[in-house]
Design a protein around this ligand. Structure first.
Ligand code: NAD
Length: 263
């Protein structure tokens, strides 16, 4: 799967999944525009790609801010002439349920995760339509967008929105040759918004009995960004170790649960 001659803009290129996506697309031949609201994270990602012999620039900015979104995209176009792949990966979370979620926290999470993906997609899609040679948008969803989860109301709601926004945008853009798809990670590397190591993360509910690796997610993004997925639009690839294929605790976790309960 190659992306030679393609320019890919990846949002949220901090050290977990976003950076791995940017590096994977670069290894496949893409030139990468690395975005993050944290300017150092964007610069660091671009440096890591250049250090490995690839081509990249940072483009810092907040994907939830309409004026900044135009600048984020324009920097890529100024540097390379066009952008033809967009990966909406930037996200934040807020660990509260419906009873405790303040309106401002709800709006902040929806603004970055859902509105940010919309704003970036609209900005890039308008350029893609003008360019007239198609393109690909990949949205990063979450198993929390497919299922309810306690203490993550705004995040679950935003990610559910991302999944259906993907299908709706796919229909809006299909006649322009622009494909829009999503990838659904489950627990991968470190938690969203955290810099802590993953070793303490609970994964007994994942049928494959391990956490996702950022590479697992990045490989699915590469497929959806490349011509290998030329006949796919409106698709969601679940990179979740089987989590959404089932429900409840998996056999090993059930055994641990019974043992703990003394049954
Ligand atoms: N890590 C997981 O276990 C997991 C599970 C399911 C889904 N996901 C999804 O995968 C994606 C990446 O997750 P991650 O764990 O790497 O997250 P992360 O928190 O490690 O990285 C997200 C990056 O987005 C940046 N960001 C935050 N707000 C921004 C904004 N307004 N504009 C631009 N950048 C912004 C952050 O600075 C950070 O570098 C997210 O969409 C997340 O919802 C992650």
């Amino acid at each position: 799967m190659r992306l030679d001659e393609r320019v890919a803009l990846v949002t949220g290129t901090g050290p977990n999944i976003g950076r791995e996506i940017a590096q994977t697309l670069a290894r496949a031949g893409a030139t990468v525009v690395c975005n993050d609201v944290d300017a150092e994270a964007a610069a660091d990602c671009a440096r890591s790609i250049e250090g490995a012999g690839g081509q990249a620039i940072p483009s810092a900015g907040d994907v939830g801010d309409e004026a900044q979104v135009a600048t984020i995209v324009q920097r890529g176009i100024d540097a390379y002439g066009y952008v033809d792949v967009l990966v909406n990966n930037a996200a934040i979370t807020h660990p509260k349920g419906v009873l405790e979620t303040e309106t401002a926290d709800w709006e902040r999470v929806i603004r970055v995760n859902l509105t940010g993906s919309f704003l970036m997609s609209r900005e890039v899609a308008r350029r893609l339509v003008d360019q007239g040679r198609g393109g690909a948008i990949v949205n990063i969803a979450s198993t929390s967008g497919h299922r309810g989860r306690a203490d993550a109301l705004a995040y679950c709601s935003a990610k559910g929105g991302v999944l259906n926004m993907t299908r709706a945008m796919a229909m809006d853009l299909v006649t322009h040759g622009i494909r829009v798809n999503s990838v659904t990670p489950t627990k991968t590397g470190i938690s969203v918004g955290s810099l802590e190591s993953s070793t303490e993360r609970f994964y007994a509910e994942i049928p494959m009995e391990r956490l996702g690796e950022p590479e697992d997610q990045a490989n699915a993004v590469l497929f959806l960004a490349s011509d290998a997925s030329a006949f796919c639009t409106g698709v969601d690839i679940r990179v979740d170790g089987g989590s959404l294929a089932t429900w409840g605790l998996q056999p090993k976790a059930m055994e641990q649960f019974r043992r703990a309960a003394g049954a």
